[in-house]
Design a protein around this ligand. Structure first.
Ligand code: C2E
Ligand code: MG
Ligand code: MG
Length: 401
């Protein structure tokens, strides 16, 4: 896994020593170290190299950009006044970030890079962080500005849901639809969830966004069920973070469905293997609550991750969605086809229905149908559509040719 090294320099230590004396300077360093320690994870390490230089080592990073969130938090914390008894001091920090193994492969190289990146931060006037690699610096800055914009996206009503039909493979009828979020950014245009869901997860914003998705999809489902398609079910995606204990409970969602006067069947919830692995015990309770309310549950992106079908039999899951990576590789007599067939047979034995994702060709549809797959979703049938276009599709006598 990746390791980030943050090389930190307290910017105006010398001035503080000169003004207040070394005793106060030492006190300040101790306070600064405490602030650093309280803003890292338990598994990370803070060390003082000497003088006004500190190093933070962050291990096991999923994304190299996890470290810039820490760096910007640290910069903010360091800029807050230090109360040193008789005096109040103001400092700032310069932070250099380097990533192992991306930037260097040994500790000497890593320290050297970190020092150079820190020097670049100093040259930029202090109170900022710089990545060792310029490209990473650019990415980090655009991510930070995206996080800022993301914070106001919900109050500014910039999210949209698109709907992609899930069809009965045999008849081509629309069986249900998956709601897929889009972000209508004021200057960058329509942004795909691939670009912002992970940022929303890292910043914790996903809980509120997920709540909005649920409510918007439910409202839409209620409208369409009342007017056009009485049995339509909208499937929503959820993130593991929505099942942590602090997240709003399933109870609020169920109450919302009641105020709309629609049954639980109007909504299905998609979870991923990550949810099953990361959410701990609350996921079981939430799944039970969903079952009691007749909200169905799909396991998304199945077939490329780690979970086996045996882990599924203890859970209340209604649908298995075969990942589009697997569907994309289907060919006559291929191993991937054999794998798909086995998944379908086992899922059926466990009482689950199977949805194939990313169906793009007629041949894939035929192979899946022959393998006994129940439903399909993909560009072959329709792309994700705006609510208006999806509604037009629902009202037209839709049949797959
Ligand atoms: P997903 O849930 O697996 O959704 C299917 C993705 O495959 C969608 O991408 C869809 O547009 C795309 N797709 C559908 N048919 C085809 C096809 O035939 N070929 C190809 N190549 N792609 C196809 P999209 O809309 O960009 O969403 C990407 C991912 O973002 C979703 O994957 C889901 O994990 C996540 N996501 C989307 N909306 C939400 C949301 O409201 N909340 C959360 N937490 N995640 C969301
Ligand atoms: Mg999905
Ligand atoms: Mg999927």
């Amino acid at each position: 896994k990746r390791i980030a090294l943050l090389f930190i320099d307290i910017d105006n230590c010398k001035a503080i020593n000169d003004t207040f004396g070394r005793g106060i300077g030492d006190k300040l360093l101790i306070e600064a170290a405490k602030r650093m320690r309280s803003h890292i994870r338990k598994i990370d390490t803070v060390a003082r190299l000497g003088g006004n230089e500190f190093v933070i080592i962050m291990g096991g990073l999923e994304s190299p950009y996890q470290s810039d969130q820490v760096a910007s938090k640290l910069l903010k914390k360091m800029a807050e006044p230090f109360d040193l008894g008789y005096d109040v001091a103001f400092i700032s920090a310069s932070i250099g970030i380097t990533i192992y193994p991306h930037d260097a492969s040994n500790s000497i190289g890593i320290l050297k890079n970190g020092d150079r990146a820190r020097y670049a931060a100093k040259r930029h006037g202090g109170n900022n962080f710089q990545y060792f690699t310029p490209i990473m610096q650019q990415c980090a800055l655009s991510r930070l500005s995206l996080i800022n914009d993301l914070r106001s996206a919900l109050p500014k009503r910039q999210f949209r849901l698109h709907y992609q039909p899930i069809v009965n493979l045999m008849s081509g009828d629309i069986y249900k639809a998956e709601a897929l979020i889009r972000w209508q950014h004021p200057t960058k245009g329509l942004i795909s969830p691939i670009e912002f869901i992970s940022i929303a997860e890292e910043s914790g914003l996903i809980v509120d966004i997920g709540d909005w998705v649920f409510r918007e999809a439910s409202r839409q489902s209620a409208r369409w069920r009342a007017g056009i398609h009485p049995h339509l079910q909208i499937s929503i995606n959820t993130s593991p973070l929505q099942y942590k204990s602090e997240a709003p409970s399933a109870k609020a969602w169920l109450e919302y469905l009641q105020t709309l006067n629609i049954p639980g069947e109007a909504i299905a919830v998609e979870i991923t293997e990550r949810t099953l692995m990361e959410s701990g015990t609350t996921i079981d309770e939430t799944l039970l609550a969903f079952r009691d309310a007749n909200i169905q549950v799909s396991l998304d992106d199945f077939g490329t991750g780690h979970s086996s079908l045996s882990t599924l039999k203890n859970l209340d899951i209604d649908y298995l969605k075969i990942d589009q990576l697997l569907v994309g590789k289907l060919a006559i007599n291929s191993d991937d086809l054999a794998l798909c067939e086995a998944i379908i047979v086992m899922a059926h034995k466990l009482g689950l229905k199977v949805i194939a994702e990313g169906v793009e060709t007629e041949q894939q549809r035929e192979l899946l149908l022959a393998a006994g797959c129940d439903y399909g979703q993909g560009y072959l049938f329709a792309k994700p559509l705006t609510a208006i276009v999806f509604e037009a599709l629902l009202t037209s006598p839709y049949a797959y040719p």
